[in-house]
Design a binder for this molecule. Structure first.
Ligand SMILES: [Zn+2]
Length: 377
C-alpha cells in the first residue's frame, strides 16, 4: 500500500467543514431546479467554473447563491444525509459541522426548529446506514452582526439536538472579533465552546483578539499565526487546536501555492494541528485529498498522518469516554493497515521466517515461565 492509499483508508475526524459548502454539485443543480432557483450553471462542469474564486468576497457571493437553493426541510435532510455518505466514503467517523442557521431561516422563512429537524433526520439516517456521526457548530456571519444575538440563543436552545459549539464566519478583515465579544461571552457563561474563524484573511491581531475576547477553544484556520513568534509560542504552550484547511487557503489566495503554506512550520513548532476540507466540492477537494496533500506537499509519512487523525479526535468536543472509545478503534485500525502493508511488502518466505522466530521466542518465554513456576511451587 502506498502512502496515498494509506491516507484514504485511515479513520479520520473532521472539525472544520461547512454543510452548505459540502453540497454535492449534482444535488445542488437538482435542488435549484426543484425549487425554481436560477443558478449561473446548468451542469456539474458549469459549477466548476462558478467555483473559480477571484477573492474572498466573490467566494461569499457564491456561497450565498448556494444557500438560496435550499427551501424546505426535506432539502436539509437530503444534504445532511449525503454529507454522512461522503464521510463514510472517506472513513471520516466523526465530524463537527458548521451551519449558518440565521442565513437559512432568513432565506427560507422557516423556523429554525424545522430546519434543524430536517438536518437531524438526515444525520440519523446517515448514522443508521453508515455508522458515522457529527455535531453541529452554528456560526454567526460577521457581515450581519445584527443576527448574532439570535444565533447564540438558537445555539444554546439546540444543545440537546447536537449543537456542540458557537462559530464565527464570513469576512474576517472587515468585522473583527471585538464586534462579537458579548455574544461569545453569553455562550461561554452557558458552557458552549467557541470556535471562531481567525487568522485566515486577517493576520495575528485577529487571532489574538479571538483568543482574548472570544476565548477561542479552537481556531478556524489560524494559519496566519505563523507571522507572530510570540503567538506561535502562546498556541504551542496552550495546545490550542488549529483547524488547518490547506487547499481552501490556496484556492482562496491566502497563499499562492502549497509550497508557501505554513502548515509544516506550524507542525514542526509543536502546535496542535488538525487537517480539514472547509468546503470540499467548492474547492474540488475533500478530506482524503487534504491527507494526500500532506504526503505530496508537506512530506508527511504514515506516523504523522496517524497523529493528525488523533489530533482531530483530541481537539473535538466529544465527551472523554467517547474519545477514548474512538481512539482505541482508530489505533486498532492503524495497526491493521500497517499489518496489511507489511504483508504486501514482504515476500512469503520472509514472513515465514518472522513467524518462526516469533514462535521460537514464545517457546523460550513459556519455557522460562514454566521453569519459574516449577521452582516457585
Ligand atoms: Zn470555514
Amino acid at each position: 500500500m502506498n502512502l496515498h492509499e494509506f491516507a484514504r483508508r485511515i479513520p479520520k475526524v473532521e472539525l472544520h467543514v461547512h454543510l452548505e459548502g459540502s453540497i454535492r454539485p449534482a444535488t445542488l443543480l437538482q435542488l435549484a431546479q426543484r425549487n425554481s432557483i436560477g443558478l449561473p450553471a446548468q451542469n456539474v462542469e458549469g459549477l466548476r467554473d462558478f467555483y473559480r474564486f477571484r477573492d474572498f468576497d466573490h467566494f461569499i457571493e457564491v456561497y450565498s447563491a448556494i444557500t438560496r437553493c435550499l427551501r424546505v426541510p426535506d432539502d436539509y435532510r437530503l444534504i445532511a444525509y449525503e454529507f454522512g455518505a461522503d464521510c463514510a466514503r472517506q472513513n471520516i467517523r466523526y465530524a463537527e459541522v458548521t451551519f449558518t442557521i440565521a442565513t437559512n431561516t432568513k432565506y427560507t422563512g422557516l423556523p429554525w426548529q424545522a430546519i434543524l429537524e430536517g438536518l437531524n433526520e438526515g444525520r440519523a439516517q446517515a448514522r443508521a446506514e453508515f455508522g458515522v456521526d457529527w455535531g453541529w457548530v452554528f456560526d454567526i456571519s460577521r457581515n450581519v452582526p445584527g443576527t448574532q444575538g439570535q444565533v447564540v440563543e438558537i445555539a444554546l436552545a439546540a444543545r440537546d439536538e447536537s449543537v456542540v459549539a458557537l462559530g464565527l464566519g464570513g469576512p474576517e478583515a472587515d468585522f473583527p472579533p471585538e464586534l462579537f465579544e458579548r455574544s461569545f461571552e453569553r455562550a461561554r457563561q452557558a458552557g458552549l465552546p467557541s470556535v471562531p474563524h481567525a487568522g485566515e484573511i486577517a493576520g495575528p491581531e485577529s487571532v489574538w483578539a479571538a483568543l482574548r475576547l472570544l476565548h477561542a477553544d479552537r481556531l478556524g484556520h489560524g494559519v496566519r499565526s505563523v507571522e507572530d513568534g510570540a503567538l506561535v509560542e502562546y498556541l504551542r504552550e496552550r495546545q490550542t487546536p488549529l483547524e488547518v484547511c490547506p487547499t481552501s487557503n490556496v484556492r482562496l489566495g491566502v497563499y499562492p501555492d502549497y509550497a508557501a503554506h505554513p502548515l509544516r512550520r506550524l507542525w514542526d513548532a509543536g502546535l496542535l494541528v488538525t487537517i480539514n476540507s472547509d468546503d470540499p466540492p467548492m474547492f474540488n477537494a475533500d478530506l482524503n485529498h487534504e491527507y494526500e496533500a500532506l504526503v505530496d506537499h508537506f512530506g508527511f509519512g504514515a506516523d504523522e498522518m496517524e497523529q493528525v487523525s488523533l489530533n482531530g479526535l483530541r481537539a473535538s468536543f466529544l465527551p472523554p469516554a467517547e474519545k477514548a472509545r474512538l481512539e482505541a478503534e482508530f489505533r486498532a485500525e492503524f495497526a491493521q493497515l500497517r499489518e496489511n502493508e507489511q504483508e504486501q511488502q514482504f515476500p512469503l518466505w520472509v514472513k515465514s521466517q518472522v513467524v518462526a522466530a516469533i514462535s521460537q521466542s514464545r517457546r523460550v518465554l513459556y519455557a522460562g515461565r514454566y521453569t519459574e513456576r516449577k521452582s516457585n511451587g
